[in-house]
Design a protein around this ligand. Sequence first.
Ligand SMILES: [Mn+2]
Length: 403
Amino acid sequence: MFFVLLCVALGQIVNAHSHHEQQPIQSDLDGLVDVVDVSTEPWTSQFGPQNDLGYTGPLSFSHLPYTRCLDDGESRFDIGILGMPFDTTTSFRPGARFGPFAIRSGSRRQSARGYTLTWGNSPYDLGAAFLDCGDIPITAVHNEKAMDQMEVAYDTLLARPVRGGVTSAYKSRTAAFAKDGKEHPRLITLGGDHTIVLPILRSLNKVYGAVSVIHFDAHLDTWAPPESAKGQERITHGSFFSIAADEHLMTNTSIHAGIRCKMAGPRDITHDDTVGFQVISTDDIDDYGIAQVIKKIRQRIGESPVYLSLDIDVVDPGLAPATGTPEAGGWTTREVKRILRGLSGLNFVGADIVEVAPAYDNADITGIAAADIVHDFMAMLQLDSPPLPHVGPFSKADLLHKN
Ligand SMILES: [Mn+2]
């Protein structure tokens, strides 16, 4: 059957390119292909279907259905996975154009079997229809055009009708914030260097107006471009939030989490404040505890529509070395995951994970960590409130209240 479909497809391609100089292959093969009854063949009769295993088959996120959504007007989704393989505004180590591939590759042991003790659920059982929408074919030689391609692709998919859930458990979460009062799909974007957030915020602004941002990162990414920079040169993976603020794409109620980079001085934080951010530093997690970190983020965001952007460099480079600008002394993957669970129920309009550059990885650890964080996004985007802690042999009274 697949062979027949392939022939049909090839026939159409050949036909499209031959300008009627030859007949399509399809008609050449009509009547020549006998369909084999595989059920009587040795393989199928002995071993059954040719299922893909965790480490086999075509690569999609978590073995989800994969389609090139920009070309596909039929497939419907509530939450799409979209790759933005763009890395030509990095300041140090390039290579995040391979991030979407690495995150999908890191997700190969994930599947619809997605229940975890920490969440107490599987994101695939919460109602949303997921679809891997493939990657935007972004030019690697023309940043202005690349920015436009990312914005237009995001506009295109945000305007698609939603699936409306695969079960009745899925609820509308965007219509209340959208200017048109309609429900819009949400996208989990796989970067790409961090600059991809600027075209995403430009696109979200058209549907929702200005949004708050929760920004996990070792770096502020709010630096003003140098005076000498003109036009497209002003936009880098360290300045995009400053540009976004100039364009009024963000409300003044955003917050960073995990900051530990070196700065010019306190004036960088003063400028960061004018861009609209509060700062939670890496070490705040030790001084105040995870519960307080979660509380401060939730207080800052409140009820506003919010976009979450997570730079993998927020994680310690020992646990996520494959990134553009590593900074020692970061959060553990477990700490980041715990904070993400605590953010469930905020009014998310989208999320991304960026700066995964697998050329610098060891044993795929960064890709695996990033894929696991995407799994957390998939649940976080659907729940009304954070999950309760696992109980097991413990009781509620055993919970640590040192936070
Ligand atoms: Mn960043």
